[in-house]
Design a protein around this ligand. Structure first.
Ligand code: MSP
Length: 469
């Protein structure tokens, strides 16, 4: 069976994982579990972006060798991803020697699409990025994120000729051959593509201390794009291996800020290599905190580990998969988080406790899962509206709670035990059916529910699934 390949953005390892990194992984993992529930075989890449001056400087500040520094941080990211209950099949680090060699091969294969030219203009040291004259003017010469003046730069760089591919990229996006979700970002990007300049893909070695050498020019090292974007195929072994079993990717998941690189530069690289474009690009929104962008200077950065420590993994997954939108920005506050936890405990935790207790009292034996097609749910999942699909499940959970209240099996048990048994069995069957899909979002809870209601004798868990504190 052909595999379906899902990718996530590879974060920079100059700091610890932060709350913003949660969305890439949770969305990718949800898609993976959904696809697997449909019988598909999924390959799932994650990784770390480990080159550049920022990382080099951070290591120096910490007084650690750069490679040791990125080794430590890459491990931290792997642990972080696991702590989210997310399972990847492949992990790529951009300082991996195979990745570095493969990037050099890719560079050579791009041949005449790469040319050398002089760059003269503005640069932000903090962002490690070139700044256009318009941005310079808009920001009065000072980076709004780093509050530092832009510096003037004059140096030789290699460029990737995006102009060679613009028409083809546009056609493939317009026709949805490479489909960008959500549609409003597709539109936004198509407007941007018009003005997209050729992009600098190297910097002088004297300026970048930590990067992959450009093949055939010892004075230059690769700058960001080929090194980082190529991870999606070097991890599959390109160009050493035939990657057609996995490539083109089914879905590449990125945050909205890096969509333009994935929708413009990445397709140009792929077309230059004669490779097909990914079938889908999903751009998710940003997580804000108390309505504001997370930033060290505002002091509102929330550590995801703190959220995990509060109530554990399931409430975290529940919050970010149900109450955060897949495609728009979403806010986190501790108050909203507590409200969401209570909802989980009241709607689902109580349902499990109550139904299992009634089953025990009436000696109901565990049931087999009755599978059911859910076209409405699938329709939402298929267009990446995961949070709306989750809402549908929650509505079914609400309906089940209402049914218990209306059918009152505890009262029936006194007058008509046979009918009470039938009612309880039917309620359990319905819960087990809903549970099949809950497993896509909150797998460990779904496992608990399945084990309670399929056991020889149904018994409530010793402690509620979501205890009130
Ligand atoms: N290294 C690049 C990606 C290269 S991919 C070939 C990068 N790293 S990052 O660490 O800045 O971001 C990693 C991912 O986290 C990106 O998808 C980015 O959009 C996402 N997010 C960073 N902050 C975020 C929020 N506040 N909210 C949601 N996602 C955010 O960019």
């Amino acid at each position: 069976m052909k595999e379906s390949y899902i990718t996530t953005a590879i974060p920079y390892v100059n700091g610890n994982p932060h709350l913003g990194h949660v969305m890439d992984y949770l969305l990718a993992d949800t898609l993976r579990r959904y696809m697997m529930s449909k019988g598909m075989k999924v390959r799932f890449q994650a990784g770390t972006d480990e080159h550049g001056n920022k990382i080099y400087k951070k290591a120096a500040e910490a007084g650690i060798d750069t490679q040791d520094f990125v080794d430590q941080n890459a491990t931290r990211f792997q642990e972080f991803i696991h702590s989210l209950g997310v399972e990847y099949t492949d992990f790529i680090r951009t300082t991996n020697p195979d990745h570095e060699r493969r990037c050099q091969e890719i560079w050579k294969k791009l041949g005449d699409h790469i040319y050398k030219d002089k760059y003269e203009g503005w640069y932000c040291e903090g962002c490690e990025s070139f700044v256009t004259d318009t941005e310079y003017a808009d920001n009065n010469g000072v980076c709004p994120d780093h509050k530092k003046p832009y510096t003037k730069l004059s140096e030789e760089n290699y460029y990737l000729r995006i102009s060679d591919f613009k028409d083809e990229i546009r056609a493939k996006i317009e026709s949805d051959e490479m489909k960008i979700t959500p549609a409003f970002r597709k539109k936004e990007f198509l407007n941007l593509l018009e003005k997209m300049p050729d992009v600098s893909i190297s910097r002088p070695k004297s300026q970048v201390a930590w990067g992959i050498p450009v093949p055939g020019d010892e004075n230059q090292v690769m700058y960001v794009w080929i090194d980082a974007l190529a991870n999606y195929i070097t991890v599959l072994g390109y160009p050493d291996n035939d990657i057609s079993a996995d490539w083109p990717a089914h879905t590449q998941i990125v945050g909205k800020d890096i969509l333009r690189f994935h929708a413009g530069i990445w397709p140009a690289i792929l077309l230059g290599l004669g490779l097909p474009l990914p079938k889908n690009l999903l751009a998710h929104g940003f997580i804000t905190v108390n309505g504001e962008k997370m930033s060290k200077s505002i002091g509102n950065v929330v550590d995801p580990i703190e959220i995990l420590d509060k109530h554990g993994l399931v409430p975290l997954r529940y919050y970010f998969l149900r109450h955060a939108s897949t495609t728009d920005d979403s806010d986190f506050t501790w108050d909203k988080y507590e409200a969401s936890y209570n909802e989980l405990a009241n709607d689902l935790g109580n349902l499990v406790q109550r139904l299992a207790t009634l089953c025990k009292k009436n000696e109901i034996a565990g049931r087999k899962v009755a599978r059911r097609d859910e076209p409405e749910f699938d329709a939402k999942m298929d267009v990446y509206e995961f949070n709306f699909a989750f809402d549908l499940l929650w509505k079914q959970i609400g309906d089940l709670n209402k049914r218990i209240d209306a059918e009152k099996p505890w009262a029936l048990a006194k007058t008509n035990p046979e009918q009470a048994k039938e009612v309880l069995e039917s309620l359990v069957d319905e819960l087990l059916t809903i549970n099949e899909r809950l497993a896509i979002f909150i797998p460990s809870t779904a496992e608990q529910i399945a084990s309670i209601f399929t056991a020889d004798a149904i018994q409530p868990p010793a402690t509620p699934l979501f205890p009130k504190n």
